[in-house]
Write a protein of this length. Structure first.
Length: 78
């Protein structure tokens, strides 16, 4: 079951989303990484998403739209 997204998402949710995306969509890369490297990858993706969402919000975008765009671009890579 998928939980609805709360805005702003907390840092842990973003990290989990980055790890899940890596595991499900790039399994070879996921398996090749050590656990600390995976964690560093997810932390970095989460921080990039947080920075991007804050920029979009400061430019006047609705919070939910800004977070969705930041997650898609910085975590999901779409």
């Amino acid at each position: 079951m998928v939980r609805p997204m709360n805005y702003p998402p907390n840092h842990g949710d973003l990290v989990d989303k980055a790890l899940t995306n890596l595991k499900e969509n790039k399994p070879n890369k996921y398996r090749a990484m050590t656990i600390p490297t995976r964690n560093q990858y997810a932390e970095s993706a989460a921080k990039r998403a947080e920075r991007f969402a804050k920029i979009l919000i400061s430019q006047g975008m609705f919070e939910s739209d800004a977070w969705n765009m930041a997650i898609r671009q910085e975590i999901l890579g779409t």
